[in-house]
Design a protein around this ligand. Structure first.
Ligand SMILES: C[S@@+](CC[C@H](N)C(=O)[O-])C[C@H]1O[C@@H](n2cnc3c(N)ncnc32)[C@H](O)[C@@H]1O
Length: 198
């Protein structure tokens, strides 16, 4: 199975009888963190959108909301567009379908840990290409690979070392770094939410 097939399957499993399955507690945390920032008239690019729930919630909170999303899975992309009327495109972080220097805010929620470490340098180069000179990056990721429910073929973890490598490659400053813990159906999960900027 390749990565597109895997994520298409995840999308299929996440949609049950027309309803989305989501990690609702985590979604609320991410959107609570984001509510402290102003996205009015900022050009947002989300990569690895999944169903696009974060953006759907956010869109209702801002007047000028300029949002583009990409996901490697055609199935996730289709559902996100149908359900939330997003204009998401199929695309990979390794070849982002966006012009240079156009993304003022980049969202990466639970995505980088799914990028094969050998492909990360290419992904970071692409992110650097599309981010504007005053760009910000909003990220969420699980701290522990053991806590992921995903297949190890598509889950590589994102360690503190990986985080520092990312900051260095992107030449970013750290604005916020927030650890949080969630108990989801008896499973304890540790996450980091972070905001970085040029
Ligand atoms: C764990 S899900 C997170 C989805 C969403 N961001 C959220 O917060 O629910 C990871 C997402 O990244 C997407 N993805 C995986 N590899 C990707 C790649 N190389 N480029 C773009 N998206 C990718 C998957 O299809 C999936 O939607």
């Amino acid at each position: 199975m390749n990565d597109v097939e895997y994520w298409d399957l995840c999308a299929e499993k996440g949609l049950r009888q027309g309803m989305l399955w989501d990690n609702f507690k985590k979604r609320r945390m991410i959107n609570n963190f984001l509510s402290n920032y102003d996205f009015t008239d900022r050009k947002i690019l989300e990569i690895g959108t999944g169903f696009g729930v974060t953006a759907a919630i956010l869109r209702l909170s801002y007047g000028g909301f300029h949002y583009t999303g990409i996901d490697i899975s055609p199935h996730f992309t289709q559902i996100a567009n149908d359900m939330f009327k997003h204009k998401m495109k199929v695309g990979s972080i390794s070849a982002i379908p966006a012009e240079d220097n156009t993304a003022e805010d980049i969202f990466l929620f639970d995505v980088l840990e799914h990028i094969d470490p050998v492909q990360r340098a290419t992904a970071y180069k692409e992110l650097n290409r599309v981010i504007t000179d005053d760009g910000r990056v909003f990220m969420n990721y699980p701290c522990d690979i053991e806590e992921s429910g995903h297949s190890r073929d598509f889950e590589f973890g994102f360690s503190d070392r990986d985080f520092f490598d990312f900051i260095e490659a992107m030449q970013l400053k750290l604005f916020q770094f927030q650890k949080y813990v969630l108990n989801v159906n008896g499973f304890v999960n540790h996450y980091n939410f972070t905001v970085l900027g040029k």
